[in-house]
Design a binder for this molecule. Structure first.
Ligand code: ATP
Ligand code: MG
Length: 624
């Protein structure tokens, strides 16, 4: 391709909102332009690299037996109502009405569409397992699109879905997907960290996120200094830093030495910090936050766990996702329920873990008026002792406390000498703390540390969430009606491409891995005429015949300008052809790798074979 015939509008200026390298470089190299906030157009150079990401993903999906289909981007709102996500998705989902007043959705993801397609065709166990995928446009009305295509509103995702007879078959697909993802990222030249993740609003268990390290990452990763434990902070666990003892056996041991609990007046003190300063130990020192039991009241929506025997929940109403009275236990949810969560004073509740424990769609702190109604005291005085109006959930840390201070369910009053197992119990005991750097690895006890990361891909086992709510079934070999289990597997193409640039650039521009480079070679004649023109045209033709993609810089620009552009565009190999080299007894051209400083002269007549050989070797190495 001749440079002058393509459309590569490079920029000297950096767009004002471009704060990360990939955003700056995609604009400066003429790969991308912005149409509106979160909406980007790929120009020819950018689209070439984008298509290469797409090709790699497609090859790896095909290789594990996933079948590509092309559903629509605009889908009927009906199927989202069936799954219950018409309401659950909130404002991130863009909705539209057609001229007849029908509800439509611009797909933010496609569990519903794929499930609707499969349910009509699935009849026999012989059709399973089935894995379908698409590489298609998604729209999410992100509240704050940023960092260019890293977080756009419209983007392209490869999303795959599998239907399986049982857990074992699902696990097989899940693991094959994990393997395919690792190969995809390797072929793109990316270093990824795979972490156990929470499966969020999608539901189900078994989930892995593929992250790249990034200063601007939206995710916090918890990693171990001693072993390969890696988890999203949303799900990270840690070794308890106390010895948990099962209740009520605990009451007989450490608590035996604790005096009976008693009330203390704590006028005008509300926060844990104020309390610490206020309450003095017998030696006159202030109490530490670790001596407190912090009790928070949470409101949870769409709770799936059974609350029929939970304190204060006997009269709670239960509905199925379509808002009707429940037919089967599994599909029904409590639209709203309240819980008290008790945790050691120096720790924070991880709301994602809490939501997962309750199988809730959403959890958040209850309003002040709800706190007063449920605990009989203003905010700041809740505690687990004598709390019967709602279920009390204990974090593991509380089960290690035998002489604690806690709210006394009355204004300006606390209890001290409170012992777990003696003075209170929990309705549920769970690991709910937010893990921090410095905590201990749950696997090996080593020290944990934090890194920021960006999610490129996500695989998870959905279970029966969609197949149940959308009535998918098949007949097994005995003619029995069965419901398949599902998995869902996504990769963002735009974010992957931007992340490659984040990992592969320098001060002068992009340094493409050969697998994604828009062209493998850029040929720069010092001047595009005479012998240099003839040699450039000939080398281009030879390389192209060998399957190598060449950009021939035929512009009438000064060599310095062409060199700078070549560096900015990041083409892996540069060949400079000038009269001086050509006039030697055996004509020479200058060869330089974008990633290296040095260049060297090679014989013109060997250049095509040598370059083609090297490029194919590099490609094979990335693919291998
Ligand atoms: P995030 O937490 O970053 O919003 P997500 O958990 O919402 O991601 P998924 O629903 O798992 O993402 O989507 C799968 C993939 O789609 C992500 O791993 C990411 O690569 C890509 N993706 C999601 N949202 C965007 C976006 N706004 N812009 C670009 N890519 C996106
Ligand atoms: Mg998101």
């Amino acid at each position: 391709m001749n440079y002058s015939s393509t459309f590569i509008p490079t920029l000297r200026e950096v767009p004002a909102d471009a704060v990360i390298a990939s955003h700056r470089l995609m604009f400066r190299a003429g790969m991308l332009r912005k149409l509106a906030n979160g909406l980007f157009a790929y120009l020819p150079l950018g689209f070439r690299s984008f298509r290469k990401v797409e090709r790699i993903i497609r090859e790896e999906m095909d290789a594990i037996g996933a079948l590509e289909i092309k559903p629509t981007v605009v889908v009927p709102g009906e199927i989202w109502k069936e799954s219950g996500r018409w309401d659950a998705m909130g404002d991130e989902m863009l909705r539209a009405k057609n001229r007849l007043g029908g509800d439509f959705v611009i797909s933010p993801t496609a569990e519903e569409a794929f499930t609707a397609i499969v349910r009509d065709e699935l009849s026999s166990y012989r059709q399973l397992p089935l894995t379908l995928y698409q590489i298609n446009t998604k729209y999410r009305d992100e509240i704050r699109p940023r960092y260019g295509v890293m977080r756009g509103r419209e983007f392209v995702m490869k999303d795959a879905y599998s239907w399986n007879r049982d857990e074992e078959s699902l696990d097989k697909v899940y693991r094959a997907m994990g393997g395919a993802y690792r190969r995809i990222f390797k072929r793109c030249g990316l270093t990824v960290i795979s972490v156990k993740a929470d499966s969020g609003a999608m539901g189900g268990s078994g989930s892995e996120e593929f992250m790249v390290e990034s200063e601007i990452g939206d995710n916090t990763l918890i990693l171990c200094k001693c072993c390969d434990y890696a988890a999203n902070v949303e799900k990270a666990g840690c070794k308890p830093d106390f010895s948990p003892r099962p209740s009520p056996g605990f009451a007989g041991s450490a608590a035996a030495e604790t005096p009976p609990y008693e009330k203390i007046d704590t006028p005008e003190v509300k926060t844990i910090e104020e309390l610490c300063a206020f309450i003095k130990n017998s030696d006159g020192s202030s109490a530490g936050t670790r001596e407190f039991i912090k009790t928070l009241i949470y409101r949870a929506l769409n709770v799936e766990i059974d609350l029929s025997a939970a304190p204060g929940c006997a009269k709670l109403e239960r509905k199925n996702p379509a808002g009707e009275a429940p037919q089967s236990k599994g599909a029904a949810v409590y639209p709203e329920a309240f819980f008290a969560v008790a945790i050691r004073g120096d720790l924070d509740v991880n709301e994602v873990k809490l939501a997962a424990a309750l199988k809730a769609g959403e959890v958040g702190l209850a309003s002040d008026s709800d706190v007063v109604r449920l605990t009989g005291a203003p905010v700041g005085f809740a505690g687990p002792v004598g709390l019967v109006s709602l279920p009390v959930i204990l974090d593991h840390s509380v089960t290690g406390m035998s002489d604690a201070i806690t709210g006394a369910l009355a204004k300006d009053l606390h209890y001290r000498h409170v012992a777990y197992g003696r003075d209170f119990e929990g309705w549920m005991i769970e690991d709910l703390r937010t893990v921090k750097a410095g905590d201990r690895c749950p696997l090996c006890g080593g020290e944990l540390y934090e890194k920021k990361g960006n999610e490129l891909g996500h695989i998870f086992k959905l279970g029966y969430k969609y197949t149940r709510s959308m009535n998918v079934s098949y007949l097994d070999e005995n003619g029995k009606t069965c419901i398949p289990t599902m998995g869902s597997y996504g990769i963002g193409l735009d974010r992957t491409l931007a992340s490659v640039i984040e990992e592969h650039h320098d001060d002068s521009g992009i340094v493409w891995p050969v697998s994604l480079a828009p062209y493998h070679v850029i040929i720069i004649p010092v001047k595009y005429d005479g012998a240099a023109k003839a040699a450039s045209d000939k080398l281009t033709a030879e390389l192209e015949r060998a399957g190598i993609e060449v950009l021939l810089d035929d512009r009438g620009e000064r060599p310095g300008v062409k060199f700078n552009d070549a560096d900015l565009l990041g083409i892996p190999w540069r060949v400079v052809i000038g009269d001086k080299g050509l006039s030697q007894s055996s004509p020479q051209v200058e060869l330089k790798r974008r990633s290296e400083k040095e260049n060297r002269m090679i014989a013109l007549d060997k250049a095509a074979a040598e370059l083609a050989g090297k490029i194919k070797e590099e490609l094979a190495e990335l693919d291998g």
